[in-house]
Design a protein. Sequence first.
Lengths: 128, 261, 226
Amino acid sequence: MTVGKTWDLDMAAGPIYRQIAQHVRRALACGVIKSGDRLPSVRELAQQLKVNQNTVVHAYSQLEREGIVETRRGLGTFIRDGIPVAVSQRELLIAAAQRYAREVLALSVSTEEAIEIVREVLDAGDVG
Amino acid sequence: MKGLHTLLWREYRSSRGWAIGLIGSLGLWTWIVSMISNEGVENRLALRSLIITVAFAIGVIVLSFMVGRLHTEIKHDEHRTLLLSPIPGYLHIVSRLVFAVGVGLIYAIGLGTLTWWVFSQAGAHLGASSIMQLVAAFPAFGIVTLLMPTLAWVLLLVLFANAYRLSHLTWIAVIVMCAGTPVSLLYRGINGLDHHLPVWTTAPGITDLFNRLAGMPTQGEGSMLTMAVPGVVHYGDIVGAVLLTGLLVFLAARLWEEMEG
Amino acid sequence: MLAMLDDVTKVYGKSYGLRDLTLEVPTGQVIGLLGVNGSGKTTLLKLLSGLLLPTRGQVSVLGEPPRRVRSKLVFLGETDAIYRWMGPTDAGYLMSGLYPDFCPQRYRALLDSLQVPTRRAGAMSKGERVRLRLAMALAREAALYILDEPLGGIDLAARERILQSIVGQWRADASIILSTHAIAEAEGLFDRVVLLKQGSLVLDALAEDLRERGESVKSTFLEVLG
């Protein structure tokens, strides 16, 4: 897995370790990485992101706790086999839907209209 | 001692120009001395010896300035890499001294050779041992008894001048403050030792020459000859100089260790 | 505890460089030392390295006065403290002769990644000299790295490389404390941030804790000192 041009870490958007873990989950959900893939070493990722190595360690431990990755001694950190990608996708979509729902509620729009708008947007393929 | 080796290398790289310049000036002195062609053997000899003496003095001054550059180093914090190295303070002082004295020795041997030539030109009968003594011993004597303590003193002065960096007056600073002129008195005092130590009479050929010239009307110039070429070397002077240098280096090393950066 | 400043005060004539400052440096931590010019950052770092002695209080590194354990610490100062006649090779030779823990291999790798030119220091720009000095410093295997404004006067691309080098050199058995004005860029490096104001410590917090609260180090800095 390559980190890509820029992983946009936002220093004001919560702890970095959490953002890193989120990025890994997202990459998994989007199919950029798959089960069995090796994540960058702690040092590599820390250097690419210019963050503390401890922070990366924290992120990887978090992912390990969630059962998404496993560390094999001397080899690195790998995405576990049999991770249901669909689950990650669902989680990401739920999070996005929650953000949408907050807007919907704030604007006092009905559920039917909210769903209709989503359908229109997806049909038109206009993601702004 | 890898540390000393590296420090000497540093000295060499830092002071290369000065060393080469000074040793190169031997060519200048030789040329000047050879240009002197006054009438009268003793006149020529006197003038040439004077030039050699002046050359030696200039050597001491130049080397003092070379070693004194430590002051600029400290001002620009360039010494910080050395200051924070695990190497003990005295090695930093000793390395500078060793390099300068080494350059001085080469210079002095050059001047000694010139002196030998000047005296044999004047008619002194100098045997092989006398030549060696002239070339090696006399200048070495000057280096040990004059140059070495002077350079150590310069180093100590430089470090003391930067003593405002000391966060508290240490006893070393107090001693250095008081040591000023008494240093030379101390030196003279140590020289009293020479009454108890043997004396090395060298180059009988030169003494002969002096005796021959002694009866000549140019008695006055004769005294100038003895400045460049002492007929007698007092071991007491050498011991005194070494002890004094040791003391100065010790004090300088203490100042270095306590210096703030 | 790797190092500590215990109730340290440093007075310069009439003015206070540091006032009653206590700071503990645990092993394996990267500390960002922040504050405006004149807030005492350089004083603190120099005290920690033994280049300055405290007026009151105690400074200890590995349980001893810093000068005594100077073989275990690295200090990279703000001033251009390098012999102008030295090129990178000379500098490497000097360092290996003076410091047993200097690693020539790592040094060469750092010279490469920091893109240090092969000229003599006198012919380098200020930024290039900083990078050379940084390579000299980071190539040592020390217990405590004290870096005073390692990003000062450096262009953006070089700053990135410097941050990457510092990140890459971190070890769990060593600690790094560095001061910088480039907070936004460097804050990712810090385990912990310490803010100084007029010689006193006004904030000492873990960086991720600040972010947990929705702040960034930069916003905290502006809030506390702005």
